[in-house]
Design a protein around this ligand. Sequence first.
Ligand code: CA
Length: 236
Amino acid sequence: MRVLLVEDDAMIGDSVKLALRQEGFTVDWVRDGDAGLAAASTAHDGQPCYDLILLDLGLPRRPGLDVLRTLRARGVPTPVLILTARDAVADRVAGLNAGADDYLVKPFDLQELAARMHALARRAAGRAEPLVTYGDIVLNPTTREATHRGEPVRLSAREFALLSALMARPGKVWSVAQLQERLYGWDDEVGSNTVEVYIHALRKKFGAALIRNIRGVGYVVPRLDGDAASSEGDTP
Ligand code: CA
């Protein structure tokens, strides 16, 4: 899950970013409202680049509430979780009225933050239960556990992130650049063939038919009900 953190406090930003990366989130951090608005508005193929936005309200250049109102006015649907000071009740209410999906009061517990982020992502994906399933593969984004035919499969954080993105939208063809975006924040080193390396590892673990390579375009997990999925691998 790719997350945009808009926070001007260096200490909070550092600790939130570190904690979320350990939880397997990809985090980009900007420190003022203008940069937050610009980053939050970016999209690929009409799809927002971020799955979730963590928004501080007291920000330089542009207040968080203004960022939020502008995003919603532009039709950006990305879930927003507001981070507010304890005494700022009016701000919190205004934030929820302006289209925020949830809020946390500072100082907050980082585990609670992660739990609420998972819950928001589930709600945004229209899933009540925390599991992502595809055929006989089950992913639990909260615990980052994977099973295949009921057996546990060990995945690295990035293998898990890559497979979650692909499984969340069967039939969608992802370019390598789009997948890289799911995996790396702005300041992460990216090797040129790393997505391919992770895809290779996932195919070894789940079978080559799980992830198709569309030559010159990218990768796709086929739809389960589509012709592409049934044409292979299940001859009696
Ligand atoms: Ca602030």
